[in-house]
Design a protein around this ligand. Structure first.
Ligand code: GTP
Ligand code: MG
Ligand code: NA
Length: 345
């Protein structure tokens, strides 16, 4: 099958930023779930992935689509949350190395912070395009929520003092980004996405800017990444997490960026004591718009196709390593070669 503009996969989007800037809350707000409240100390310690189908995105973003007169051509978004705490650089690195595109969340009241700058470094290294969510705008003194409007219009509706505080904090963040060698500009004034980073003002509490953020993530790939998100059959799959689940045994949460996985397939992953060869017992996904960490009944699949986050049940994966590539041993493949390959990364 040829790669083509008519066969795009979901872009993989990674959410990065300093601790407590609101990364998880933004995803909660969009999904209408509550992962953040259930976390120990409100800190994200695992990577989670959520699938947002394009129909749901279209429904949530209609006003901003009409304002900008754009249609979407991606089938949805696969969004990976990461923790901001300084001790989880490994998870941020893993998340950023997988993603096509990222959201860097900045608290408008704090500006750039140490892990913001660390994340910028990761994204630069990876050459991944990203947008800045300038979050917590509801904390601007006197902010009146208008989550039903594009954020540009919500801003226009604010009192002069609120507009002035926004401008001052926005200018400060833009200057700080300049010090990192980045030009940035609010997305609805951005004439050149290759020169200026898009900034989206957001609030995960009031919901302002949520539709704008989804809109940007759904439109940017076609402008900047079209070749990269053309689906192809060569399996690209990474293990995000290995964990025991009641009733399922040890499972691996993986992200399949390209290609397919099928039940019963023989797979190879990297393990603590060497390569692990096993068989896929089942392939499970959460319901759409939920994420893998939320306890909902799983959907069983005989076959799945990237980009998707999927939970694999298999024997002998207790010592599998998060971050490992996953390979399928096909009829024509040399198992020993793949075992060497998987231990290389
Ligand atoms: P880590 O995963 O630990 O790095 O944090 P995070 O970036 O995921 O932040 P989280 O979603 O846990 O939110 C941190 C705190 O900020 C919580 O108390 C949220 O309720 C609060 N918060 C998040 N977004 C907003 C926002 O837009 N406005 C306000 N006022 N508070 C917010
Ligand atoms: Mg979090
Ligand atoms: Na937090």
């Amino acid at each position: 099958q040829k790669k083509s503009k008519d066969n795009l996969r979901c872009p993989v989007v990674c959410v990065l930023g300093h601790v407590d800037t609101g990364k998880t809350k933004i995803l909660d707000k969009i999904r209408r779930t509550n992962v953040q409240d259930g976390e120990a100390g409100g800190i994200t310690q695992q990577i989670g992935a959520s699938f947002f189908p394009i129909d749901a995105i279209t429904e949530k973003t209609r006003p901003v689509m009409e304002l900008h007169k754009v249609e979407y051509n991606v089938p949805g978004l696969l969004i990976i949350d990461t923790p901001g705490h300084e001790s989880f650089t490994n998870l941020r690195t893993r998340g950023s190395s997988l993603c096509d595109l990222a959201v860097l969340v900045v608290d408008i009241m704090h500006g750039l912070e140490p892990q913001t700058i660390e994340s910028i470094g990761l994204l630069k290294k990876r050459r991944a395009p990203f947008v800045i969510a300038l979050n917590k705008i509801d904390r601007l003194y006197g902010w009146e929520p208008h989550p039903e409007l594009p954020v540009q219009q919500a801003l226009e509706m604010q009192a002069d003092s609120v507009k002035a505080e926004f401008q001052q904090r926005y200018d400060f963040a833009v200057r700080q980004l300049q010090e990192q060698g980045l030009n940035a500009c609010v997305f609805y004034e951005n004439q050149d996405v290759r020169t200026f980073l898009n900034v989206v003002p957001t609030s995960a509490i009031s919901g302002d800017g949520m539709m704008d953020l989804l809109f940007l993530l759904s439109t940017l790939p076609a402008k900047m990444l079209i070749d990269k998100i053309m689906y192809h059959e060569n399996l690209e799959c990474t293990v995000l997490e290995v964990k025991a689940i009641e009733g399922l045994g040890t499972t691996m949460d993986v992200i399949v960026v390209n290609g397919k996985l099928k039940e019963k397939q023989k797979i190879v992953v990297c393990g603590l004591e060497g390569p692990i060869v096993t068989q896929i017992r089942s392939l499970l996904t959460p319901q759409p718009m939920k994420e893998m960490r939320v306890k909902t009944p799983y959907i069983h699949h005989q076959e799945i196709k990237g980009a998707i986050g999927v939970k694999i049940c298999a024997n002998g994966i207790e010592r599998a390593l998060a971050g490992s590539n996953l390979y399928v041993v096909g009829e024509d493949d040399d198992e020993e070669e793949l075992k060497d390959e998987v231990m290389k990364d």
